[in-house]
Design a binder for this molecule. Sequence first.
Ligand code: ADP
Length: 312
Amino acid sequence: MYALTINNLKKVYPNGVEALKGINIDVESGDFYALLGPNGAGKTTAIGIITSLVNKTSGTTEVFGHNIDSEPEAAKACIGVVPQELNMNLFDTVLNIVVNQAGYYGIDRGTALKRAQKYLTELRLWDRRMDAARALSGGMKRRLMIARALVHEPNLLILDEPTAGVDIEIRRSMWEFLRRINEAGTTIILTTHYLEEAENLCRHVAIIDEGKIIENTRMSEILRKLQREVFVLNLESPLEKAPHLSGFDAILVEERELEVALDKNDSLNTLFNVLDHHGITVTSLRNKANRLEELFIRLVESRQQPLVSSGD
Ligand code: ADP
């Protein structure tokens, strides 16, 4: 059973922008699925169409077998959505926001209160239930939107950049929560700017660029394609010029900052052995590129030439 089936979906906005140029997506029931792509790729448009907020130009979309045109109510009942923007009444209380949402789905107040307690507790907001939403921190507001999206217990939860601007600790606790509800059977689709997020959570991934799906595969397969990583090393002692490190390309950015490119087959241990040999001590290191951006660049390049050799 597919949670979501999208066929040849197109969207042309009134200003002539072709946001989706005929995309196809199948998401299996129970999957944890990432929709990745650079800004302007068409992710929010796709989510808008699936959740009936944006009118499509052509194509079909089905949610658990319900066509969004011929069975809009049945399709909507299957979906919970957490949009990018805070689209709630910030003057209303946390509890009311969740309970009122249940009302839109015809859920009685007793059940709504029970579910609100369950999800607000799991998302660590129950203590704040009587506060106005505007009094919550950014991370809490995002969690409130998740609780609100779950109150009608949808089979498919769609999150548009759920952890944008949320600090790392909260992000990790949100991941844990999402993993739990996925394990309990909810299919999840998310968009994200953090490859780490998709890497940690998602089993499948579609990459969208300029309104087209350019990759649609298992997350593990995508990660194999990231062949080269650049690390920035901070050095204990200054250098005058970049050392010749056998097997590695190195650039001296500043006298105490060295950039070294590692192939996916290289190990950091080998690099450190070579550095040791040169008497260079590293005090800290970080990844230079945003790996997601690097991935997009590589995938776009790979449309001209295959990225992964057949023996890979
Ligand atoms: P993403 O979510 O991947 O950043 P969007 O779906 O928001 O991408 O946007 C896809 C393209 O459609 C972009 O070129 C964007 O400028 C355009 N677009 C989005 N919303 C509208 C709109 N309401 N009217 C006109 N163009 C839009």
